[in-house]
Design a protein around this ligand. Structure first.
Ligand SMILES: Cc1cc2nc3c(=O)[nH]c(=O)nc-3n(C[C@H](O)[C@H](O)[C@H](O)COP(=O)(O)OP(=O)(O)OC[C@H]3O[C@@H](n4cnc5c(N)ncnc54)[C@H](O)[C@@H]3O)c2cc1C
Length: 389
């Protein structure tokens, strides 16, 4: 079977599953104190996904991943409900973590840490960002402060992290810390008494179990064979995860915005004002037309960048461009959907309000828009200088 056919079949199955079996869960009251779905709810949806053959649909039975272009087709469909990625096990940070472990993990690390994630029975967290008040890593990863030192057969890790999605309740952690050799990445079993949840802030979003925690790492002892690859290579591995993880956020959120746009379109075609349906008012029709244009541009940017990654390139500049263009386009789409729907748009009567809230943070995580533009500007200057010599 050719690759596009294979992906289309999987994507169609995922879409049917999300629309028929997961959309009804959007009204399910099982939420934690931050409004996120409880783990019980997630596991119930996952059992349905397993039965429907759409659990972790982007990783094949032999452990290989779909290509990025194929992944785009599948992850976009899983995003058609804010619960879809959780149900299908295509959500962040697990999807990016699985990608990283699949590409860099030793056979032992894959067996212990990756397989339970692919199986969808546990969740993981990625510990990189550090609090601004500690002058730690944020937009600038080189400010990484969390330390690690070798003590016999163990590494001892100390530091503080923040915005760690899903840390509360995760069973697998990937922790970044700095040794004399440079940045290191460790696989850790969670919970561990040496990793204490200090605080889970209230945030604008409400789709991630465990929220986005601030954690203290206090003399965490990690067996030396749980270091991912080599000491000092942590940023290189982060780079491997970076572009595909950025792009997969674009895919899932594109799915969410496509659905929000369907809901707004339906509203605009039913609701009357001033003697005609809303869609016949140019102001409303134009907003929906602009949504279609932004959706198509987002799809094309994702497909282009996915093709670059599939060619074997790290796609650093391309994924920066795609991430900025898509996250900004999706924000515009979500905003217009709210506007088209009037007061209903800001209520929880539909997922439009949730998509609007959640897409906002996407302009910040995996690199704020300004940081991507800044690094593209540096590349423009480098390329110009190279062209002069
Ligand atoms: C919902 C959510 C989930 C997250 N999940 C995780 C996670 O699971 N694990 C994890 O490790 N981290 C996570 N993060 C953290 C995220 O990666 C950081 O928020 C991001 O890297 C920005 O760092 P900061 O918040 O410290 O912002 P700062 O570094 O303080 O930057 C603030 C602002 O300054 C501006 N800025 C910074 N540098 C430049 C520049 N060079 N040029 C122009 N402007 C600039 C940007 O506008 C930026 O938004 C998450 C964040 C959010 C919001």
């Amino acid at each position: 079977m050719s690759s596009p056919e294979r992906a289309r079949l999987i994507a169609d199955k995922v879409e049917a599953f999300v629309r028929q079996s997961i959309v009804p869960y959007e009204r399910d009251p099982r939420r934690d104190h931050h409004g996120a779905p409880t783990d019980e709810l997630v596991m119930e949806m996952r059992e349905k996904a397993r039965a429907a053959g759409v659990l972790t649909p982007h990783i094949l039975a032999d452990g290989s991943h779909l290509t990025q272009r194929e992944t785009a087709m599948v992850l976009t469909r899983s995003g058609l409900s804010p619960l879809g990625p959780l149900a299908c096990n295509t959500m962040a940070p697990d999807e990016g973590n699985m990608y990283l472990l699949g590409h860099v993990g030793s056979p032992d690390i894959k067996q212990r840490f990756l397989n339970p994630l692919i199986d969808g029975r546990v969740r993981s967290a990625f510990f990189m960002t550090e609090p601004a008040e500690d002058d730690g890593a944020g937009s600038d990863p080189s400010m990484l402060k969390t330390s690690c030192r070798l003590d016999g057969n163990h590494w001892v890790v100390n530091g503080r992290k923040c915005f760690i999605t899903g840390a509360e309740g995760a069973r697998v952690g990937i922790v970044m810390a700095r040794a004399e050799e440079g940045a290191c990445m460790f696989l850790v079993d969670l919970p561990d008494p040496a990793i204490r949840i200090e605080h889970v802030p209230n945030t604008i979003d409400s789709s991630m179990p465990g929220g986005h925690a601030t954690v203290v790492i206090d003399n965490l002892r990690v067996p030396a064979d749980q270091m991912l690859g080599e000491a000092g290579e942590g940023f290189r591995y982060a780079q491997i995860r970076l572009s595909p993880a950025r792009l997969s956020h674009c895919m899932r959120w594109l799915g969410a915005c496509i659905r929000a746009n369907e809901i707004a379109t339906d509203y605009a075609n039913r609701r009357q004002a001033f003697g005609k349906t809303l869609v016949d008012h140019e102001g409303v029709g134009f907003m929906l037309a602009e949504n279609l244009i932004d959706i198509k541009q987002a799809e094309l940017m994702i497909d282009w960048c996915a093709g670059v990654l599939d060619s074997g390139s790290l796609g650093t500049a391309e994924s920066s461009m795609a991430k900025v263009a898509v996250s900004e386009a999706l924000m515009r789409i979500a905003d217009r959907c709210v506007q088209v729907m009037g007061g209903t748009g800001v209520t929880d009567a539909t997922i439009v309000e949730q998509v609007f809230r959640e897409v906002r943070a996407f302009r910040i995580y995996d690199g704020p828009t300004e940081v991507h533009k800044w690094s593209l500007a540096k590349k423009i200057k480098r390329d110009w200088l190279a062209a002069q010599s």
